[in-house]
Ligand binder design. Structure first.
Ligand code: G6P
Length: 617
């Protein structure tokens, strides 16, 4: 939530900041703002409510003097509505210091009270302005920007990344972080700070992640990191694995369209390098060790949103293959429930961004309770992997559209790899059985590509017909159930249509009361080929809702003749083993959500009220 970018270097701050904000806009788009120290040594700021384009247009109409030092912010509102005044940057009382913030300062009310009592006036309703005024005061007494920020962060509770700059210190930007992300980009005669590497990848692929409770001071030719106590910190550089073009739209109408088209590569790249002699070997699990993995008595998967549905699929596969009980919990429910955790519990967190605060605090809680923590993450240098014992990265590439698509299939793939690795270590599958599953998994990218090429136009047409639909229900059984939940979530997020996913077996225990003539129901139908398949039961469920007038759209294996008489539309998917069907069945649902939102004229990349990276609890 909220994107942050800082720059010191040449006289091109505004271009760097706006470019960075464009790539960070997925983190929030309630307002945007920049502050730049111009060549005369004065701070100029411009901030506007609305999407980044409003600020860009304003800067074109009323240019701001460029400079070599600047900070920029794109906001997801927490304290105070999305107005020009509440937009960042915020200034110190003398207007000489500018500050931006990502996170929530939980004790801002008492700090504000203290400031008001000592004569301060506020121009916004934000928690952030408290920090701007406090750092301004500390600077007056210390004349040292790093020390001023250090003194203030010691007083703040909550989650924050703060960047500050001061008129009297051109060529310096100082950042601090606790529980919110901040990454350094190392340039040649210029340096960068960003909420993630997307902020600066256009200029450099050399990056350094900043740890918890650390402060960084960048100048054009130096970078210094200290902890909140003032002691120097050693840092480690890493190379950003993708280049700037990966986070550009290319010729696509939206990032989402591009990202759905990348689902085959997201799966393929996540498998790459992890299969040896047909078996899965995840060297990333070494920090936990095979002995501990063999001895596990329980796995708890924690995640939010789409990642939690990926986790539900992970449960089916891991239990089937590795024969260890798996629970799936929403991170925020897990964290505040005093869960039972022992050293034989493996907690697997799943997060595309690696910054979701609910998941981060759950990871911290599990670690403190003595559990082993493994994270599945798509973003290098993010906080959750840094705080986990082991990490399996998904290689979906940068995901920019707020609602997750390609990251979902990559997360499921990573969990399946973990399941097969565990099955090997625990001896619950033979090598031949593991190899059969690996072959199935390796075939998925081509099969997703087939779904994309065969179904896209048909689903677009269907979505077009359904633009006036008020409500859509999604049904699935077993591994089809998380797919139904994911399909419903996409429709809510993207098209603002009331949508619910149900386990089809639960239908007659309540949801069937919702069925009335014309109600659209999308049903994920399992393969009829599997002898243990729930296919007949799902066909019965379809008949039950058809009898009550539902309009049925079935996602079914191609050639499934049994479904034809009972469905108004059938979207075919290729043949796959039953645990692998979800990786195919979900693709039409991603397309459907996107197409229906587009048909309604909505912005599929930036749905209202949402942010991609939810860095507040
Ligand atoms: C937000 C996004 C969702 C995403 C969820 C978890 O709610 O809108 O698309 O699934 O966060 O994000 P994470 O980065 O932890 O996977």
């Amino acid at each position: 939530m909220c994107g942050i970018v800082g720059y010191v270097g040449d006289n091109k701050s505004i271009e760097v900041l706006l470019g960075g904000l464009r790539r960070l806009e997925y983190r929030g788009y309630d307002s945007a703002g920049v502050a730049v120290i111009d060549s005369e040594g004065h701070i100029g700021t411009r901030k506007r409510a609305g999407k980044l384009q409003v600020l860009v247009d304003d800067l074109e109409d009323r240019p701001l003097a460029n400079g070599a030092t600047g900070i920029g912010h794109t906001r997801w509102a927490t304290h105070g509505g999305p107005t020009d005044r509440n937009a960042h940057p915020h200034l110190s009382a003398d207007g000489k210091l500018a500050l931006i913030h990502n996170g929530i300062i939980e004790n801002f009310a008492e700090l504000k009270q203290e400031l008001v009592e000592s004569g301060a006036t506020f121009t916004s309703e934000t928690d952030t302005e408290v920090a701007a005024l406090l750092v301004g005061r500390e600077y007056e007494s210390t004349q040292d920007l790093t020390e001023a920020l250090r003194r203030v962060v010691a007083r703040l509770h909550g989650a924050f990344t703060l960047l500050v700059m001061h008129e009297d210190q051109p060529g310096v930007v100082v950042g601090a972080r606790r529980n919110s992300p901040l990454v350094i980009g190392l340039g040649d005669g210029e340096n960068f700070l960003g909420s993630d590497v997307a902020a600066f990848v256009e200029f450099t692929r050399r990056a350094v992640a900043i740890g918890q409770d650390q402060i960084v001071t960048i100048r054009p030719d130096s970078v210094e990191v200290i902890d909140f106590g003032g002691a120097p910190v050693e840092t480690e550089e890493f190379d950003v694995a993708w280049d700037a073009s990966a986070s550009e739209k290319g010729g696509w109408s939206s990032f989402m369209a591009k990202e759905i088209s990348e689902e085959p590569e997201a799966v393929g790249n996540t498998i790459l390098g992890r299969v040896h002699d047909g078996l899965v070997k995840l060297a990333e699990l070494d920090p936990i060790g095979d002995a501990a993995l063999a001895d596990l008595d329980r796995i708890v998967i924690i995640a939010c949103g789409t990642a939690a549905y990926a986790g539900m699929l992970g449960k089916y596969a891991i239990e089937a293959w590795a024969r260890v009980p798996v629970d799936v919990e929403l991170s925020h429910e897990f964290r505040y429930r005093d869960p039972i955790l022992t050293e034989r519990t493996l907690v697997i967190s799943i997060s595309q961004s690696g910054e979701t605060m609910d998941t981060l605090v759950a990871v911290q809680h599990a670690t403190a309770a003595g559990a082993r923590v493994l994270s599945v993450c798509n973003t290098q240098g993010a906080t959750i992997p840094r705080e986990s014992q082991a990490v399996v990265y998904t290689h979906a590439g940068p995901e920019v559209a707020v609602a997750s698509t390609k990251a979902f299939v990559a997360q499921v793939t990573a969990l399946y790899l973990i399941g097969l690795h565990l099955a090997g270590v625990r001896g619950t599958l033979t090598d031949d059985q593991i190899r059969e599953n690996v072959v199935e998994l390796q075939a998925i990218p081509d099969k997703i590509a087939e779904v994309l090429s065969v179904s896209q136009a048909e689903i677009g047409q269907l979505a077009h017909w359904m633009t006036d639909t008020q409500s859509v229900l999604f049904l699935g059984r077993n591994v089809g159930y998380p797919v139904a939940l994911e399909g419903a979530l996409k429709l809510k997020e993207l098209a603002y249509i009331h949508a619910e996913g149900f386990a089809a077996g639960e239908l007659k225990h309540g949801p069937i009361a919702l069925i009335e003539p014309g109600q659209a129901v999308i049903v994920v139908v399992p393969s009829p080929r599997d002898p243990n398949s729930l296919h007949p039961k799902v066909i019965s469920n379809i008949q039950e809702i058809r009898a009550r007038g539902a309009r049925v759209i079935a996602i079914a294996e191609k050639g499934d003749a049994a479904v034809l008489p009972f469905a108004d539309e059938v979207i075919p998917i290729p043949l796959a083993g039953s645990l692998f069907e979800p990786l195919l069945a979900v693709v039409p649902l991603h397309i459907f959500g996107m197409e229906l939102a587009s048909a309604k004229g909505l912005d599929v990349d930036q749905p209202r009220n949402l942010a991609k990276s939810v860095t507040v609890e």
